[in-house]
Ligand binder design. Structure first.
Ligand SMILES: [Zn+2]
Length: 297
């Protein structure tokens, strides 16, 4: 009988067993002082292009973006992955930040993206050229990357501009994993904000402390010009499916394409915990409220 040993377990033995189980410490920001410098430099800065210093987030994960647009560098001895490219105007700063962090931009071998809007992929063509990296794109967004034009079905199409077109080197489908040297990044489809909206998950370690990361793409319902979500039930259904999926995810440490959405600066500076179990659900809750408000007559 398998439970029998427990019957002979004394109270003292029981507690010894409980306390012998290692309690995992909460992950800590790698460089709170650099996070503080980021906050100082970005105070009151509201544009996409305000320069920010690079900050090591955790392990091999570096923030190399601007004050208001995230770009991540995931490093490895076999080449690095860049996640997002910011605007065309900010792209030279991204290169400078990679160098300031101590890495060679020529060692960036893969560039992946969140979604096909100028603030996240405007610098992609420039950075592809500057690094020689392979551009990996989700199949659903291929046509938009190739044309650089905003999708006619995009809720923001009437008021935002396109970006320099890029020829993808590789297409992936949602659920597939990118093998980038020793790095493994799994692609998730999180459409709504754009049709090609893409989130990524991976694991990063500091010594034996390994943490799951989710780069959760924008899921905000933004309708510009005369576009109204209530005229587009297919877009509302797309958002709701994405919300439902993220609600069920175990996201680990969450980072977002606009750092303010997930308090990235405060977390890099150690002011807020790097990991909060409810992060993904909190972001979904506010995105749902925003969509509901947009649907009101
Ligand atoms: Zn966007």
């Amino acid at each position: 009988m398998t439970i029998r040993p427990l019957l002979f377990c004394s109270i003292a033995q029981f507690f010894a067993l409980i306390f012998a189980t290692p309690v995992l410490a909460a992950p800590r920001a790698a460089d709170p002082a650099a996070g503080q410098r980021f906050i100082e430099q970005c105070k009151g800065k509201e544009t996409f292009d305000d320069p920010a210093p690079p900050v090591r987030v955790f392990g091999n994960v570096w923030y190399v973006g601007t004050c208001n647009v995230t770009v991540l560098l995931l490093t490895s001895p076999k080449g690095h992955v860049l996640i997002d490219s910011a605007t065309r105007e900010a792209a030279p700063q991204i290169l400078a930040n990679i160098k300031a962090a101590g890495f060679d931009p020529k060692d960036v071998r893969w560039i992946i993206s969140s979604h096909e809007h100028f603030d996240h992929v405007g610098g992609l063509a420039f950075l592809k050229e500057a690094t020689g990296a392979e551009v990996v794109v989700r199949d659903a967004a291929e046509a938009i990357f190739r044309s650089g034009t905003v999708s006619p079905a995009d809720p923001q199409v009437q008021e935002i501009h396109g970006f320099d077109p890029v020829t993808p080197d590789r297409l992936m489908k949602a659920g597939q994993t990118l093998h980038a040297g020793p790095l493994r990044l799994t692609m998730l489809a999180t459409p709504g904000h754009t049709e090609g909206s893409t989130s990524w998950t991976w694991q990063s370690c500091t010594g034996a402390d390994c943490q799951k990361f989710t780069y959760l793409d924008s899921i905000s319902a933004l309708q510009l010009g005369s576009y109204r979500f209530r005229d587009h039930p297919e877009r509302v259904a797309m958002f709701n499916a994405t919300f439902g999926m993220i609600d069920k995810m175990d996201c680990g440490i969450v980072l977002t394409p606009h750092p303010a959405v997930s308090a990235v600066a405060q977390r890099m500076a150690g002011i807020e915990p790097l990991f909060k179990k409810e992060d993904c659900r909190v972001i979904v809750k506010s995105a749902r409220a925003r969509l509901d408000a947009a649907l009101l007559p």
